[in-house]
Design a protein around this ligand. Sequence first.
Ligand code: PHE
Length: 354
Amino acid sequence: MSDESVLEEWVSQARSSFEATLSPAELENAKALYLGKSGRLTELMKGLSALSVEEKKSRGAAINQAKQAIEQALLERRQALAQAELDAQLRAEALDVSLPGRQRASGGGLHPVSLTLERIEAIFGSMGFDVAQGPEIETDWFNFTALNTPEDHPARSMHDTFYVEGGSEQAPNLLRTHTSPMQIRYAVQHVKKHRALLERGALMPEIRVIAPGRTYRVDSDATHSPMFHQCEGLWIGENVSFKDLKVVFTDFCRTFFESHDLVLRFRPSFFPFTEPSAEIDIQFSSGPLAGRWLEVAGSGQVHPNVVRNMGLDPERYIGFAFGMGPDRLTMLRYGVNDLRMFFDGDLRFLSQFR
Ligand code: PHE
């Protein structure tokens, strides 16, 4: 075999051995046989030194050509392997975008009572009422005493109270039985904030707040749950009267129920912290409840003793408070007749309000 054909033979052997490799590592191994430190072509190059100048030229050129051909084959295989690797990776990570999406069993949504609370906050917010949150574990002072309900006051037995650890023997801590303690908590903060004005005898900005939240009483039937919601309202200023209570609450109810011919009745009642006091009943003019009086809130003009416990002079500051039942409002709005369904956690029921 001539030297030329040996070189040609090597080139074609190299090409087919490169083609046969399946990984970059294998390819680099196959390359070593031809182009490595002691590879075939490298050895041939070393042998050139023994030849004449003329022979060196022609022989060297031939070897170089073969070397370039092998390098070219090597480069092509490298690229082919890299491409194959990329293709495999793309295949492995492929997404079938035509598959249907995986859905959750049911999308989330707000609880119907939360929807009511949001609605209450939005309506009173538009009338300039602040929204305040307070603790569910209360002291005897805020829940009763400061609200003109001293120890041994018969009104305390109207509330079947859950007592909890803490506090003193005479005044144990409790789960708040209503949101009315927020009247005192909020007003005291407000008075503190405006102390400088009050000390100068200047007029304090009005207190106008609602305080929604959970309340607790030992009670359970279709219309009572041991945990229920209330929303307190309080408006105190220099000239805030019962008339304002009527306007505000009527406006609220009509907006809440989107019913402009809804009528309200203020029925005389008793609460230790208001005088005079009234239960507020509403009546729809149409729909399944048309013509029936439905109680939705307790209310009244804030008692002077309570105004005093807020840190204000009852001769100057006056106003009204109300406490309504958002659970009741939710039942009326959606026509639900068992309060307990709201708190049983049955998604078949709750998901209907989304
Ligand atoms: N706190 C009273 C209740 O729980 C409601 C109420 C609030 C009445 C404010 C008058 C003023 O029944």
